[in-house]
Write a protein that binds this ligand. Structure first.
Ligand code: PLP
Length: 570
């Protein structure tokens, strides 16, 4: 295909996401949401689904994380050259920001699958001569700046995205909003449709809301009210102006403030949460809307280590495009699974040596924990009682942490610092490192190389979680609080282990921190360590079950087939 025009002769699903993580070299993502978007696109390409993705260019990325000598996070700008990775498309469009016309252009990346499928990804960019300097910076920083900056970004993403697809000749059969950041696209669609079918009356009934709903699918990712983007109408009027009349907007997006989630809920015919539990939690947050659940996944080929991959290729050929075949993992001999895992472990330990200078022991049970350093993830839980942990794990345990805190999140930064102080206290009794700059490359080296993947978020705030699925794909069992996807994947002692009681409540008010901590220590001491050190074949059985009972199902191939049958074809 020599030009993007080849993409425009089929009707496509337009997949909008504020962040997309395809590879570590294109740093336009911050964490789970973006990586999920990237995995979604890759599976769509493998399955030859007609998709086009739209996101922001984020010229300065999220940030590169380093630590000062006290373990405090420092943020450095990421420098990358879009022109080395992407192809600038000729079309441009305009959006209005503070009464100014702002030009928007797009860079193309082609996600190509070995199956022959291809998905174009458009990265929107306002860094164009003729735009004011401040407007040229709108697409610089992912999740940077203040609320006004965020609103401008969402105007470019939602409204600019729809218009640019049109300018480039894309035919769109559905819009899929991955989280509420792109909700403004619904307003442009409303307006556009009205211009076509109506003229004159500004009564609400003259807006063809059912028509727009029939075109939009909305996936919510945030299980708490406070997590949803909202903007005061005074700011909306000043920055966005009237894309549709304000009384209509207030009807659709909330009386007091423009709530991006509410806007998307009101203008979509299919709405879903990202795991069964999260569907229920969202349903109680938004009574009056029908909320479905499609559990997240991970892209099998991207997240399988080269060591496991060669085994899967040998025993389960074509697993990568048909991950259901992993159900036959028991055909792989135990010792080959264990050897492959030791390969991934050595590869990780080599990296740790290079980056931190510390030597980890391949014979010691190693626990991994990496995710955004934000309060609800409770990264420090395992250190609640350091003496107890020493009693359990002295000489028998190693810990590897990673994850970035948002630049404004001092609490998250303090957590990271305290974990590093803990490392000094433990010394060589329990080796502990905090790897800097967690990104997709580090994730793909870290997750397969540990023996257990730990997760202990505050219920029910882990909407789905996906790193645990990456672990399962590599035969790394999960040891996790029952929240998000793990409620669906967990069979005690078979696919991994739970921490604390089952998730029955749907609010953060009722939690079980004390129980969680005790259960974590008890299981580690009485179940996990003995199995690892005294019953290797029992351990490998759990590894295989993680692959055969978790990874075969919790992947983006299964997830995309569900989006097609349950959302896109409706
Ligand atoms: C998979 C991934 C995440 C998401 O992990 P969660 O367990 O869902 O929090 C975040 N960051 C990176 C770099 C990842 O690869």
């Amino acid at each position: 295909m020599n030009s993007w025009k080849g993409y425009t002769d089929t009707q496509r699903i337009a997949y909008f996401s504020m962040e997309i993580g395809l590879t570590a070299e294109i740093p336009t993502y911050s964490g789970g949401l973006g990586v999920l978007a990237g995995d979604t696109i890759k599976s769509a390409a493998d399955l030859k689904l007609p998709l086009v993705a739209v996101t922001l260019l984020s010229r300065k990325g999220y940030f590169r994380q380093i630590f000062d000598s006290s373990g405090w996070q420092q943020e450095h700008a990421v420098s990358w050259k879009p022109e080395n990775m992407l192809e600038l498309l000729p079309g441009k469009t305009l959006v209005t920001v503070e009464d100014r016309d702002v030009k928007v252009q797009a860079w193309l990346y082609r996600v190509k699958s070995p199956t022959g499928g291809e998905v174009p990804v458009l990265f929107l960019d306002t860094d164009i001569p003729g735009n004011l300097n401040e407007d040229r910076a709108i697409t610089d920083h992912l999740y940077g700046g203040d609320q006004q900056y965020r609103l401008k970004q969402e105007i470019v993403l939602g409204i600019g995205g729809v218009r640019l697809l049109q300018v480039l000749g894309f035919q769109v059969r559905k819009y899929h909003l991955n989280e509420g950041h792109a909700s403004l696209l619904t307003l442009d669609l409303l307006n556009h449709h009205r211009r076509v079918v109506e003229n004159g009356s500004s009564e609400l009934s003259s807006w063809d809301i059912p028509k727009i709903q029939s075109q939009c699918v909305f996936t919510t990712h945030t299980p708490v009210e406070a997590g949803h983007d909202r903007f005061p109408y005074s700011m909306v009027e000043k920055i966005m102006g009237e894309v549709v009349p304000l009384d209509l907007l207030r009807n659709l997006a909330g009386k007091e403030e423009m709530n991006m989630t509410l806007l998307a809920l009101n203008l979509s015919h299919f709405i879903n949460g990202v795991a069964k539990k999260h569907g229920e939690v969202s349903q109680s947050l938004f009574p009056g809307f029908e909320i479905h659940a499609i559990t997240n996944g991970v892209h099998p080929f991207t997240w399988t280590s080269p060591y496991m991959m060669s085994l899967f290729d040998k025993y389960l050929p074509s697993w990568a495009n048909e991950p259901e075949l992993l159900v036959r993992v028991d055909n792989i001999p135990d010792d080959e699974i264990w050897e492959a895992h030791l390969g991934a472990k050595a590869y990780l330990f080599q990296y740790i040596q290079e980056v931190t200078g510390r030597t980890f022991d391949p014979d010691i049970l190693t626990i991994g924990f990496a995710r955004r350093a934000t309060a609800y993830k409770r990264a420090k839980m395992i250190f609640t009682d350091p003496e107890r942990l020493l009693q359990i794990g002295d000489g028998k345990l190693q810990l590897i942490f990673a994850g970035k805190a948002h630049p404004h999140d001092d609490h998250g930064k303090r957590m990271i610092q305290e974990i590093q102080q803990q490392a000094q206290y433990f010394g060589d009794r329990i080796r502990l490192v905090y790897l800097p700059n967690y990104n997709m490359d580090i994730a793909s080296r870290l997750i397969p190389g540990v023996d257990i993947w730990l997760n202990n978020p505050l219920r029910p705030l882990e909407a789905s979680g996906t790193s645990g699925m990456k672990a399962a794909l590599n035969g790394v069992p999960n040891f996790s609080v029952l929240d998000g996807w793990w409620i669906e994947g967990h069979i005690e002692g078979v696919t991994g282990w739970s921490i604390g009681p089952p998730a029955t409540e749907t609010t953060v008010d009722v939690n079980h921190s004390d129980e969680d901590v005790l259960d974590l220590y008890n299981k580690l001491e009485k179940v996990i360590l003995p199995l690892y050190y005294q019953d290797r074949s029992g351990w490998v059985k759990v590894m295989k079950n993680a692959i055969g009972k978790n990874a075969y199902y919790f992947n983006t191939h299964v997830m995309m087939r569900r989006y097609v049958t349950e959302a896109y074809l409706r």
